[in-house]
Design a protein around this ligand. Structure first.
Ligand SMILES: *Cc1c(COP(=O)(O)O)cnc(C)c1O
Length: 466
C-alpha cells in the first residue's frame, strides 16, 4: 500500500468534529500532531474512532490470498483471546494453568510428529516460526561446535544448507548467528531443494540441512525422506553426519492430517528438530509458533536458561521473554475443540478449495500451473507462452480493483526468468469466494488482452509475499 504522501506526513491529524465528546465545535478545533505524543488526553471514544477510521484503509484480511497467516477465528476463540489478553505467558508461576496448556500442546505435537519419546517432549512455544527456526538453527550450530571444537577454535566457519526458496527467516538466522548460508539454486522445473543437491552442498562444516514442508514459493513439499537418505549415504562415504531441521511452518499442521503415511517427521532418524507456525494452518491469529526436538540430545542443555526470580525454577529456551499468553490458550482451544479428525476435516476442505481454484484458473486457458494445491493448499502459476500482452504483475494489479490480494514475484536463482502469481488458501476461504475470484479474473482478461504489452514488471511489485 502507498503510505501517506509528503503533504500528509506534514499535516497534523484531522479530527472529525462529530468525534468531540459533547461539543462538536470544540472537536473541530482539535488538531493532533502526527509524529509526537499529543499534549493532552482525549476521550476513549474519540481515540478509538480515529483509529478505526484510519484502519479502514487496510485491505480486507479475508480477501488476502497472499498471507499464510490465520485471518478468521470462531467468536468463541475471539472471546477467549480477549479475556486472556492480560496474561503474560512468561509468568509461569503466576499463571500455572496457561503454562500447563502450553506443556500439553507441546506433548500433542510430539505425538503428532512421532517424537522418540512423546511422554518426555522437548519443545517450546514461540512467537512464530521465525523464532522457532532461530532456536532450531542455534541448537544445530552448538552441536556442530561440540563436534568440531578444535576446528572451530582454529577458525572454521559453520554453514547451513538449504534451497534458494528458503523463507527469509533462514537468511536472518545465518546473518545474525554468523553461519554461512549455502543456497542450492533452482534448476529447470525443480523449484525446491533436491536430495542429491543437498548432499553435494555439505561438507565437514555443515551444521545441518533445512528441508521445507512446504515451500512458501509454490506450496510444494521438499523430499524430506530422500534428503535424509542422501545424507545417510554421505555419512557412509565421508563420515560427516549432518542433521536435518524440517521447517514445517505450514506443512506441520497439514501433512499429519492429510498424508499420515508421508514420512517427513521424527520417524526419520536424521530429523533433529521441527518447527511450525501455530498462526498458519494451526488456525490461530498471529503470534504463535512451535519448535520441537527429537530428544534431549538434540538440544544442548547449555542453551536452556533457568530463571527463578518469578518464583519456581523455570527452564526457558526462547529469544523473547514476555509475550502474550492468549495465543497459547487459543492454540490449546483449537487442539481441544477440533482433535485429530477436526483438523483433518478443516484442512481437507481448504485443500479441496485450493485444488478446485487451481483447476478453474487453468481452464481459463492463459495460465500454466506450476503446482496444483495438492500438497500445501497453495499454488503458483504463470502465464502460458503465447501470452505476450500482459504480465503476472498486471494480473496482480488489476485483481486489486476487486479487493483481491494475489502477489506476483519472480523466482530466485536460477529461475529469475520465471514470474509467478501465488494463491494461498486458508480456512474461511470458501468455494463461493473461489468462484468469485475466477469470475473476476475472467472479466479482466479481455482488458488485459487489449494492452499493447505488459505494463507492470517485477520492480513494480507491491505485495510482500513471504
Ligand atoms: C511463514 C514461514 C516462516 C516464518 O514464519 P513466521 O511464523 O511468520 O515467523 C518460516 N518458514 C516457512 C517455510 C514459512 O512458510
Amino acid at each position: 500500500m502507498a503510505s501517506e504522501g509528503e503533504k500528509g506526513r506534514q499535516r497534523p491529524l484531522w479530527v472529525n468534529p462529530l468525534f468531540g465528546a459533547t461539543d462538536p465545535v470544540s472537536g473541530a478545533k482539535t488538531v493532533l500532531p502526527r509524529h509526537r505524543l499529543p499534549d493532552s488526553p482525549m476521550t476513549p471514544t474519540t481515540a478509538a474512532r480515529l483509529i478505526r477510521d484510519e484502519l479502514m484503509l487496510d485491505g480486507n484480511p479475508r480477501l488476502n490470498l497472499a498471507t499464510f497467516v490465520t485471518t478468521w477465528m470462531e467468536p468463541e476463540a475471539h472471546a477467549l483471546m480477549g479475556d486472556t489478553a492480560d496474561k503474560n505467558f512468561i509468568d509461569r508461576d503466576e499463571y500455572p494453568a496457561t503454562s500447563d496448556m502450553e506443556r500439553r500442546c507441546v506433548a500433542m505435537l510430539a505425538h503428532l510428529w512421532n517424537a522418540s519419546d512423546p511422554d518426555a517432549p522437548v519443545g517450546t512455544s514461540t512467537i512464530g516460526s521465525s523464532e522457532a527456526c532461530m532456536l532450531g538453527g542455534m541448537a544445530l550450530k552448538r552441536r556442530w561446535i561440540h563436534r568440531n571444537a578444535d576446528r572451530y577454535a582454529a577458525g572454521a566457519r559453520p554453514n547451513l544448507v538449504m534451497g534458494t526458496n528458503a523463507q527469509v527467516c533462514w537468511k536472518k538466522f545465518c546473518n545474525y548467528w554468523e553461519v554461512r548460508p549455502r543456497l542450492v539454486p533452482m534448476e529447470g522445473d525443480r523449484f525446491h531443494l533436491g536430495a542429491e543437491q543437498a548432499a553435494e552442498a555439505c561438507d565437514e562444516d555443515t551444521i545441518g540441512v533445512v528441508a521445507i514442508l512446504g515451500s512458501t514459493m509454490d506450496g510444494s513439499y521438499e523430499p524430506v525422506a530422500e534428503i535424509c537418505a542422501a545424507l545417510d549415504a554421505l555419512r557412509d562415504r565421508t563420515g560427516w553426519d549432518v542433521p536435518v531441521h524440517v521447517d514445517a511452518a505450514s506443512g506441520g499442521m497439514i501433512a499429519p492430517f492429510l498424508e499420515p503415511e508421508l514420512e517427513w517427521d521424527f520417524r526419520l532418524a536424521r530429523v533433529a528438530s521441527i518447527n511450525t507456525s501455530g498462526h498458519k494452518y494451526g488456525l490461530v491469529y498471529p503470534g504463535i509458533g512451535w519448535v520441537m526436538w527429537r530428544d534431549e540430545e538434540a538440544l544442548p542443555d547449555e542453551l536452556v536458561e533457568r530463571v527463578n526470580y518469578l518464583g519456581g525454577d523455570v527452564p526457558t529456551f526462547t529469544l523473547n521473554f514476555s509475550r502474550p499468553g492468549s495465543q497459547v490458550i487459543a492454540q490449546y482451544y483449537y487442539f481441544l475443540r477440533l482433535g485429530h479428525q477436526g483438523y483433518g476435516a478443516v484442512q481437507r476442505a481448504t485443500r479441496e478449495v485450493a485444488m478446485y481454484l487451481a483447476e478453474q484458473i487453468e481452464a481459463l486457458g492463459c495460465f500454466r500451473l506450476l503446482t496444483r494445491g495438492d500438497e500445501l493448499p497453495v499454488f503458483a502459476l504463470t502465464t502460458t507462452d503465447d501470452v505476450t500482452r500482459f504480465s503476472v504483475f498486471d494480473v496482480s494489479r488489476r485483481l486489486r480493483e476487486f479487493g483481491w490480494i494475489v502477489p506476483a514475484y519472480t523466482f530466485p536463482a536460477n529461475r529469475e526468468d520465471l514470474a509467478v502469481l501465488r494463491v494461498v488458501c486458508r480456512n474461511g476461504f470458501s468455494l463461493d469466494l473461489a468462484d468469485r475470484l475466477v469470475e473476476d479474473l475472467r472479466s479482466l482478461l479481455p482488458w488485459l488482452r487489449k494492452q499493447p504489452g505488459p505494463i507492470y514488471g517485477p520492480d513494480d511489485a507491491t505485495s510482500f509475499h513471504h
